[in-house]
Ligand binder design. Sequence first.
Ligand code: URA
Length: 215
Amino acid sequence: MTAVTTQPRVTEVTHPLVQHKLSYLRDKSTPTVHFRKLVNELTLLLTYEATKEFPTEDVAIETPLERMTAQRISGKKVAVCPVLRAGMGMLDGVLSLVSSARVGFIGLYRDEETLQPVEYYVKLPEDLSERDAIVLDPMLATGNSSAAAIASVKAAGARSVTLVCLVAAPPGIERIHGEHPDVHVVCAAIDRGLDERGYIVPGLGDAGDRLYGTR
Ligand code: URA
């Protein structure tokens, strides 16, 4: 898939399908029902990119025509951890490709005055130390909530962490790489910056409100 990866690891997926769907997601006239479907489809495409280095092993199989050696993903255990609530909109997109994944939930909300994350619920798989975590947070803005979510997942022992988001802003990327330089960030776009309220510009607005029709 078309993608640009820079060091520390940030992959901006520039594939035409991703950019096409993202343009509708950004459009303020896109209704909730389409927004939700687009988030699901985009996450699926981003997951394709986020998992492209999963190790594979040879397996002997038989096609209807002959024996052959095929490739299967080897010994990879995944935990998908959406940051509530907007990250939930991305969950099915990952699970439709990585169906054996366990799911952990990280409840954080952003205090609109301090912009700091407040943790209100964390429930992670017990065997997280045997798993690679994919954290889902659609908007990497200040990076406060994603950094806190990554810290929770690491504290619970995750073997590695990949952060999948829809739109990232430079301050959020800097924050993640300052605090968690080992984390691979995969996104559909890196936008210009943040406005005075901490929203990504041009962005797509409040991802949770647009997913769930709240305001
Ligand atoms: N959260 C959102 O939903 N949108 C932004 O632009 C920033 C944080």
